[in-house]
Design a protein around this ligand. Structure first.
Ligand SMILES: [Zn+2]
Ligand SMILES: [Zn+2]
Length: 219
């Protein structure tokens, strides 16, 4: 059974199980960061046949997350606002990159996606820590995640994909400048010499086109 074939309640259980693991691993003082992610399909690095999510506890905060947190902190220093809250407001107003929204979550193609059809899922209400979300709100996150993956499936013919949760590091108190989110990246392009050499990504699909395609996709 694939994640997209589960109902909203079952996907909520998956996210709630992830939260429970984070809360438990937080008790181990060695860990600084818990990476939550999913690899679906062999092109996205999945090595098990059955559908699964992964939880990896790390003794440091990964560089990519630390950079994102630092960028958000600088924005907050200047403007006294959370950049992610600003983005949520902008994308809901502009709507050209919007894919889906429900009461609590918004799904959109980010302004500068690294990969075609990269899609982000953000809580509308500010929250820095994934594990702080109550089950009621995780239910809306599950609805948004399931809708996103089903749209990718129908628009792109069931691609391999990865998604990862970006959240505040374990030992850090709740932050006014960082905002947890899920990044979904279908495995449509290959990372090759140019990307390895530069850290730049070549993406032939503008986010507005990707968003329109996903918005109209059958769910
Ligand atoms: Zn925020
Ligand atoms: Zn992120």
């Amino acid at each position: 059974v694939e994640l997209t074939e589960l109902g909203d309640a079952e996907v909520t259980d998956v996210l709630f199980a992830c939260k429970a693991r984070v809360l438990d691993l937080r008790n181990d003082q060695r860990f600084r960061y818990i990476l939550l992610f999913k690899n679906h399909g062999s092109a996205a690095g999945a090595t098990l046949e059955h559908s699964h999510s992964q939880v990896i506890a790390l003794p440091i905060t990964p560089r990519q997350v630390a950079d994102e947190i630092e960028g958000a902190r600088r924005h907050h220093d200047h403007r006294e606002r959370c950049i992610f809250c600003d983005i949520v407001g902008q994308e809901r107003k502009d709507r050209s990159r919007l894919v889906y929204e429900n009461e609590e979550f918004v799904v959109f193609a980010p302004w500068a996606p690294r990969s075609p059809f990269e899609t982000w899922i953000l809580p509308k209400r500010h929250e820095s820590n994934f594990e702080a979300e109550p089950r009621e709100r995780l239910a809306f996150a599950a609805q948004a995640l399931r809708s996103t993956l089903r749209r990718l499936n129908s628009a792109l013919g069931r691609p391999a994909y990865n998604y990862m949760v970006h959240t505040n590091p374990l030992r850090d108190a709740s932050s006014p400048s960082y905002h947890w989110h899920i990044e979904v990246v279908p495995a449509l392009t290959q990372v090759a010499g140019f990307e390895w050499a530069s850290g730049f990504y070549i993406n032939p699909v503008p986010p507005e086109e990707a968003a329109e395609f996903l918005r109209k996709a059958a769910v």
